[in-house]
Design a protein around this ligand. Structure first.
Ligand SMILES: C[S@@+](CC[C@H](N)C(=O)[O-])C[C@H]1O[C@@H](n2cnc3c(N)ncnc32)[C@H](O)[C@@H]1O
Length: 287
């Protein structure tokens, strides 16, 4: 049956609002496009043929959204930097703020002529950071470590999608484990990390979409939110070459303190970059 796209979207928004779920026309459009099997953004506002099956599929998506499942996790993918990444409940959904770290690292690798070097990411999740950086430099190699085997499976798929799977070695590891350094290697030109940084007591205040559908291990940074930074700062001097760089994503109001933690470990703060909301989000340090 032919139906107005605007009306479908408007009705869906109202249905979600009545169920206590805030959404946007853009999100609904993504779900509608998926139900119709059309390419993202090819949905022309006007009228569409909505078959019974497509309508049922769209209704299923809305039911999931009503349970606060985020749109990306319903779709199973999320646009990040220049690519579409597979996502699942086993990985943190890539955030636009993290693109700041990716851009900063790419810029520095170019500036410093480290295009044929070796990079390390601690806490790869979906692999959005390490894969985006590797895709930029065909002779760059990387190691990506995560405590979650299921996250590593997603990261491996994303590496294949971006064609960087031959240049990245994903390893299961816990940066709090005693033998971590023996499995992590050394001599890296660049260390990248977006570790868990939410204070444990603040987890409960997060949106249901985040606290119920991003893995807890990707969120909880311990009582002060800084546990992983302290630990990574202990390891970083053994991992990074002299003259090498560390790029860290940090939570709101953590940049200065995280910088100091790494300064004490022998790194010099080069720059702190702000995100699109003008929050200090990425700390760049040099060994
Ligand atoms: C905030 S997520 C970042 C994921 C991805 N890099 C991104 O930016 O979207 C943090 C990641 O660190 C991993 N992680 C948490 N604690 C860890 C630990 N002790 N050792 C290794 N990885 C850990 C989590 O499994 C999660 O994938």
């Amino acid at each position: 049956m032919r139906q107005s796209t605007n009306l479908i979207i408007e009705n869906a928004l109202q249905e979600l609002k009545a169920a206590g779920v805030e959404s946007s026309g853009y999100e609904i459009r993504l779900l509608l496009e998926e139900a119709l099997g059309v390419e993202a953004s090819s949905l022309v506002y006007g009228t569409i043929d909505f078959s019974e099956d497509e309508e049922k599929q769209f209704a299923k998506f809305l039911e999931k959204r009503k349970r606060h499942i985020p749109t990306d996790k319903i779709l199973g993918r999320r646009g990040f930097y220049k690519y579409d990444f597979k996502v699942s409940e086993d990985v943190l959904t890539p955030r636009p703020d993290t693109e700041i770290l990716v851009e900063a690292a790419i810029e520095k690798i170019k500036q410093e002529g480290k295009e044929e070097g070796k990079i390390l990411e601690l806490g790869v999740g979906s692999g959005c950071i390490i894969c985006s950086v590797l895709a930029e430099f065909p002779a760059l190699n990387g190691v990506g470590i995560d405590i979650s085997a299921k996250a590593l499976d997603v990261a491996k798929e994303n590496a294949k999608r971006l064609g960087v799977d031959g240049r990245v070695d994903f390893r299961l590891g816990d940066w709090f484990a005693k033998d971590f350094l023996s499995s992590a290697g050394a001599g890296y030109d660049v260390l990248l990390s977006n570790p868990p940084y939410i204070k444990s007591k603040e987890i409960d205040t997060l949106d249901a979409e985040v606290k119920n559908y991003d893995p807890m291990i990707a969120l909880d940074g311990g009582p002060d939110g800084l546990e992983s930074y302290f630990q990574i700062a202990k390891l970083a001097p053994s991992l990074v070459k002299n003259g090498g760089y560390v790029f860290l994503e940090v939570g709101e109001d953590q940049a200065r303190e995280v910088g100091q933690i790494f300064n004490k470990a022998g790194f010099i703060t080069e720059e702190i970059k702000k995100d699109f909301s003008l929050i200090e989000r990425c700390v760049i340090l040099k060994k």
